[in-house]
Design a binder for this molecule. Structure first.
Ligand SMILES: Cc1cc2nc3c(=O)[nH]c(=O)nc-3n(C[C@H](O)[C@H](O)[C@H](O)COP(=O)(O)OP(=O)(O)OC[C@H]3O[C@@H](n4cnc5c(N)ncnc54)[C@H](O)[C@@H]3O)c2cc1C
Length: 335
């Protein structure tokens, strides 16, 4: 059963089974919902309001919208989804469970929110994003998304020509350093116990200074600005910006009952929900899009993945609707 356009005029969860529930209302979830709502699917987005890029001042690297504050982009997206009849609910999903199929054999899911509300849906799009885990260095976390950055494409231009320090976390940090070297002539690489043997000459050729002395903590001035890195030998290396790769983990709290297959990244870099074509998963009726499955996706790629998953979900429902209609017609003939 489909609920038609502009069906939702309040934030109340509908009693009827909806075509799709989208868990997570960031770029991926909202674009998935937009495709579904524009296809006249009844769609409910449940979003806990903690998108990954919340600390950032602007979304960069996104043509036509470069520099837009993340909250403005999300508000525009919500308005667009609502304008086609989609419902956006603020809340956190604490359980998503496969339920008894409908009498005609179609899939059903029950979604429960932390406040106890429940919703039934025919299909699920998971778009919960990811959790960044910083290395455990005192003083680092308070600067995350401002003076502590991970992504040269998100904030690189904004920190160009600054004295930048790269805090190594593993083998991938070598390439990370070369990307930040593209943005500044003043780059210091803090090895933090990671192996660099055959890379030293390459770094020397690019004027990247190497510091092997362990890092004690990040130094913050009284006015709150990041000013440097204190080493265990007592020296402070002045820096205004630190670049560091995070470990990235798909946000799966509350989704355990779906039993979505997970995959590890190499070198302990993180873990994500495994997906196939158009965000399909090994669990029938469940799609995944954005950072929850593609840990490297930026806003544009996450939105695109959400749109593709939403379109594919709609296509699968169109087939299911037709199968059900045909079965009903045959029952009518033989009755
Ligand atoms: C500091 C920083 C700056 C960045 N800057 C840029 C940039 O300039 N340009 C760019 O392209 N990319 C940038 N990114 C990357 C960008 O954040 C991601 O590409 C984007 O957020 C991924 O979108 P998403 O929809 O997959 O996840 P998110 O945007 O993280 O959205 C996921 C949503 O799901 C919700 N959620 C999670 N679990 C539940 C649950 N159980 N129940 C209900 N809701 C739930 C969350 O509250 C959240 O709102 C940046 C990242 C960081 C960390």
């Amino acid at each position: 059963m489909s609920v038609t356009t502009a069906a939702y005029e309040s934030d109340e969860l509908p009693d009827e089974t909806v075509d799709a529930v989208v868990i997570g209302g960031g770029a991926a979830g909202l674009n998935g919902a937009l495709m579904l709502a524009r296809s006249r699917r009844s769609v409910v987005v449940i979003d806990s309001g903690t998108p990954r890029n919340a600390p950032a001042a602007g979304v960069h690297g996104l043509i036509g919208l470069d520099g837009t504050p993340p909250s403005d982009l999300m508000e525009t997206g919500r308005t667009e989804v609502r304008s086609y009849g989609g419902l956006i609910v603020t809340g956190e999903v604490s359980a998503a469970t496969p339920a008894e199929p409908s009498p005609d054999g179609d899939l059903r899911f029950t979604v429960t929110l932390t406040d106890g509300r429940t919703l039934r849906a025919r299909r699920v799009l998971v778009a919960t994003g990811l959790r960044d885990v910083l290395p455990d260095i005192p003083g680092l976390a308070q600067h995350w998304g401002h003076s502590v950055v991970h992504c040269p494409y998100c904030h690189g231009w904004e920190v160009r020509d600054e004295p930048i320090g790269l805090l190594a976390v593993g083998p991938a940090s070598v390439h990370h350093a070369l990307l930040f070297r593209q943005l500044t002539d003043d780059l210091v690489y803090f090895t933090r116990g990671t192996d660099l043997d055959d890379i030293r000459a390459r770094f020397a050729a690019r004027d990247i200074r190497i510091i092997d002395t362990p890092v004690d903590r990040v130094v913050t001035a009284e006015d709150g600005a990041l000013t440097g890195v204190l080493l265990t030998d007592g020296r402070t290396i002045p820096r205004n910006v630190l670049a560091v790769a995070t470990e990235m983990y798909s946000r799966t709290a509350g989704l355990e009952d779906l039993q979505l297959p997970m995959e590890d990244l190499p070198n302990g870099m993180g873990r994500h929900i495994a997906s196939g074509m158009a965000g399909t998963t090994a669990v029938p009726g469940v799609w995944v899009a954005g950072n929850a499955t593609d840990l490297s996706a930026q806003v544009g790629a996450s939105a695109a993945a959400g749109a593709l998953a939403g379109a594919h979900l709609n296509a699968v429902l169109a087939t299911a609707d037709t199968d059900a209609a045909l079965a009903a017609a045959r029952r009518g003939v033989t009755a």
